[in-house]
Structure formats: C-alpha cells, structure tokens
Design a protein. Structure first.
Length: 212
C-alpha cells in the first residue's frame, strides 16, 4: 500500500488550526482609539495688542511624571489596589509628552506668549523657563481625576524665580474612557492657568508668590 506523503497528521492539523484561530483573533481586535490633552480653545494663536507690552517668551521643559504613566496607554484605576493599562485607548503621544504640549499651549494662550522650547527666542529677549513635575495622578471611570502638580518658573535674564504646587480634583462624569480624558483635560487647564498666573507675577516683580 502506498502512503500519501502530503497528508498531515492530526497533531499537525491541530497546530495549524490553533495558529489560524490566533491569527483570526488578532485580526479581529478593535482598532485603538487615540486621545489628546490639547484644548481646542488653546490651539488658536493668541491675538496681542500694543497695550500688552513686549512679547512674552516661555520655555516649557519636558514634564516629569511617575514611571507608571510614561507611556502612550491610558492608565485608570479599577479598584483600591489595581490599575488598568488600556492597550486600545491611547494618548496621541506618550503621556509625559502630551502633558508638556498641552501645558505649553495653555500657558502660551493665556499670556499671548510664544513657546520657544524648541528654539526661536531672540538673543536680547528674556524668557520664562517652566519646569513642571506631575507628582501624583489617579483616575477612575465614574469617579474622579486627581492630579498633583509642582513647578518652578525662572526668568532667563535676572534669574528671579517662583515656585508653586497645585492639587486638582475633577469629577469624571461617566464610565467611559473618554470621560476620564475630558476630566484630565480640565485638570491640565487649571494647571496651565495657575502657571500663567505665576509668569505674570514674575513679570510684575512678585517672584516667589504662589497664586494657588
């Protein structure tokens, strides 16, 4: 009796079926959803008037965040002891980069300033260097977002500086991940406003004063 060399054993067929099912499962995964912290209100360039005085330049440095947050995935609390890293729900860039860009845009919009973090400041103009640290962050669907910020602001010409801390609590309106993002955006907006107030304080000679 002749044997067909092309026939497959039951084990080989089972392995092939397993691989096919895994590939099908991968192919059916839902596409990732991407979010941004940028506020539409801060995206338009600020309109300056002559009464506002000289142009303001800011330098918003990279933002330090807890290690668990330095990733593109959203991180939310599921209960008192567990966190979820959401593979299908992501920031448009790693969270620390997203946070820096949102704060820079927010502060610039409130001051009518130009962010020169990546270059462009005239050599004869002072700038305000802003170093921000996100000291703590906790977010829960259907709960709240709590964010603790700390920052220093330093003038480049006379080295006067100010420092401040701010803890923001924003309710999360629903149980969707988009609701967590919206609450986080509101928290960042509050921080941008407080930082802008700190820059104004330095501009008027009130270095070291914290408005929060």
């Amino acid at each position: 009796m002749m044997h067909n060399r092309n026939s497959l054993s039951p084990k080989t067929l089972a392995a092939a079926a397993l691989v096919a099912s895994l590939l099908a499962a991968c192919g059916s995964s839902p596409p990732a959803t991407f979010y941004t912290l940028a506020s539409p209100a801060d995206s338009a360039p600020a309109v300056r008037t002559a009464s506002q005085g000289p142009q303001t330049f800011i330098e918003v440095m990279p933002v330090a965040v807890p290690d668990r947050l330095a990733r593109p995935q959203l991180v939310v609390r599921s209960d008192a002891t567990r966190l979820e890293v959401l593979e299908q729900d992501r920031w448009s860039s790693p969270f620390n980069n997203e946070l820096r860009d949102a704060l820079a845009a927010g502060v610039a919009a409130r001051l009518g300033a130009i962010d020169v973090s990546r270059g462009g400041r005239p050599a004869d103009q002072a700038s305000y260097r802003i170093n921000v640290e996100l000291r703590d962050f906790d977010a829960a669907r259907g709960g709240r977002v709590q964010a603790a910020f700390g920052w220093t602001i330093t003038r480049s010409d006379d080295r006067r500086s100010g420092a401040c801390r701010l803890t923001v609590v924003e309710p999360v309106s629903g149980g969707a991940n988009a609701d967590v993002v919206a609450a986080t955006q509101k928290a960042v907006t509050q921080a941008a406003q407080a930082i802008a107030d700190g820059v104004r304080a330095l501009q008027t000679g009130q270095g070291g004063q914290c408005s929060s």
